[in-house]
Design a protein around this ligand. Structure first.
Ligand SMILES: [Cu+2]
Length: 501
């Protein structure tokens, strides 16, 4: 990166020649890591409240695999114009670079004291990214002078689409504005089954309630964990071994146009999940609904939007999704258990069962599989293996997961399978779920990596595994192709099973 009067140019763009008058200093870095991504010119500014515009047409987002020739041309024209804004003025808040910095800032980036709020690892994840897609899309609309312009989505959960969409470019055509030089996946790259496959999608889309699916104030939801995180990591490095720019590091992820197609699908699946069952609902909590964030809108107006303003996408945001043509790889199975009864039972459930803890000290994850075993009193084992309205649901909590800001972590969790390995298929009835933490930044000082808490509904797994005198919980760190990761710096504090989600 080249720094000049507080403005950052990316090294590759300097090399591409548009700022040929600049000399590349010895400190220029190939990873283009922003050291300060705070928005420019907003201190002391009062944001204007967001107002829906009912006169706008409803923008229809389509699969990146189903765009017409003219839609592909329009998409390329939009990103070309976005990149041109940055070439003309790197500090333009609407330009490609500063748009990417928006995501960086909201994952704790910025110079000391100016860091944005952390919007990952909690129930802020879905609504913040929806708002971000909205403002980004409206900027692109303005750039192409077409209010019907819509971002495409990459439906990696559709049958036959676990492959990188070709419109996003290949290394032989760097003139494609959708292509990103700092990307490992390319057209034809097939997603590893550890990243997206039916078992993972079945777990995520069958999450029984909003805190499991969307997270809570202090825990990560199923979708953010997987496949959101693994797709980020894979796009940056298909071997899953390294945290690579752009997509594999949160500070740079949104500098790859693919970010918006990946998050388009995440956002679409939020609506899909809500429509699967009347018990799938958004949160009623005022603390969630009234929470909001600031963005530059397409007219460079510093605008505040609240979560309640992103929930009705058609009325408030004027956007919607056209369903993909192929069937999804996952299936939804309504829960036959009377949930209300089970939740009543939870109130009289036994105390939490501690599977692993080290008196508040960190436990290293390591690179090899590790198993913790806990003795189960008879009554407890019977209760956990029971599938009836009188038995409460069981949850596995992994708390205090810590990863240095410049590192990532990805591991699978199994019950009752102590010899599980990185090549154990996720179709195993013993598979509980995947934890994935995407690296934040290579600039250590700028980003804090708050501890992550993950919760899995293990009721179904416990019924299949039928624990008796003891229960084995196995963590399997993974990379691609059945490999173990070569390094691991992740730690966790405790693993607990209880009956409260
Ligand atoms: Cu994000």
């Amino acid at each position: 990166m080249v720094e000049r009067a507080g403005i950052y140019f990316r090294r590759r763009d300097v090399l591409a020649g548009f700022t040929a008058s600049l000399l590349l200093p010895a400190t220029a870095r190939a990873d283009d890591m922003p050291s300060d991504c705070a928005p420019i010119g907003v201190s002391g500014k009062t944001p204007v409240p967001y107002k829906p515009d009912p006169t706008l047409p409803v923008r229809v987002r389509k699969s990146a695999f189903e765009l017409s020739k003219s839609e592909v041309d329009r998409l390329k024209a939009a990103y070309s114009a976005l990149r041109n804004l940055t070439k003309t003025d790197p500090s333009d808040p609407l330009g490609w670079l500063r748009q990417g910095y928006v995501h960086c800032w909201y994952c704790g980036g910025g110079s000391n004291g100016t860091q944005g709020e952390e919007i990952h690892g909690s129930w802020r994840f879905f609504p913040w990214h929806r708002a971000y897609l909205h403002f980004h899309e409206r900027i692109l609309c303005k750039l192409v002078g077409d209010d019907t312009f819509a971002l495409p989505y990459w439906d990696w959960d559709s049958s036959g689409r676990q492959t990188f969409p070709s419109v996003y470019g290949d290394p032989d055509d760097v003139s494609n504005p959708l292509f990103d030089m700092l990307r490992s996946a390319k057209p034809g790259s097939i997603i590893n089954p550890q990243v997206v496959s039916a078992p993972i999608m079945n777990k995520t889309m069958n999450s029984r309630n909003n805190s499991l699916f969307m997270g809570s104030a202090n825990s990560v939801g199923a979708m953010e964990n997987s496949p959101h995180g693994p797709v980020h990591i894979w796009t940056g490095d298909t071997s899953l071994q390294n945290a690579n720019s752009d997509m594999g590091i949160l500070a740079t992820a949104a500098q790859d146009p693919m970010f918006f197609a990946h998050h388009g699908n995440i956002d679409r699946l939020w609506s899909v999940w809500l429509g699967l069952s009347p018990t799938h609902k958004n949160f009623d909590d005022k603390a969630w609904r009234d929470h909001g964030w600031q963005f530059y809108d397409e007219n460079k107006v510093w605008t505040r939007i609240t979560i309640s303003q992103v929930l009705d996408t058609v009325t408030s945001l004027r956007s919607t999704y056209q369903s993909p043509t192929p069937k999804p790889i996952w299936t939804f199975k309504p829960v036959p258990v009377a949930i209300a009864a089970a939740e009543t039972a939870a109130r009289t459930a036994p105390p939490p069962l501690v599977v692993a803890s080290n008196q508040g000290q960190a436990i290293a994850l390591g690179t090899a599989p590790s198993t913790k075993t806990v003795a189960l009193p008879k009554e407890r084992a019977r209760m956990m293996a029971m599938a009836s309205a009188s038995a409460p649901q069981s949850y596995l909590h992994i708390r205090g997961i810590q990863v240095p800001p410049d590192a990532q972590a990805m591991f699978n969790v199994f019950f009752g399978l102590p010899d599980a390995s990185p090549s154990t298929p996720l179709s195993s009835p013993n598979f509980v779920g995947t934890v994935a933490v995407v690296a934040k930044s290579k600039e250590m000082h700028a980003h804090v990596h708050p501890a992550i808490n993950a919760t899995f509904d293990v009721t179904g797994v416990l019924q299949d595994v039928k624990p008796n005198s003891e229960l084995a919980v196995t963590f399997v760190p993974i990379a691609a192709a059945g490999q173990a990761p070569t390094v691991s710096t992740a730690t966790y504090q405790e693993v607990v099973i209880d009956h409260n989600a």
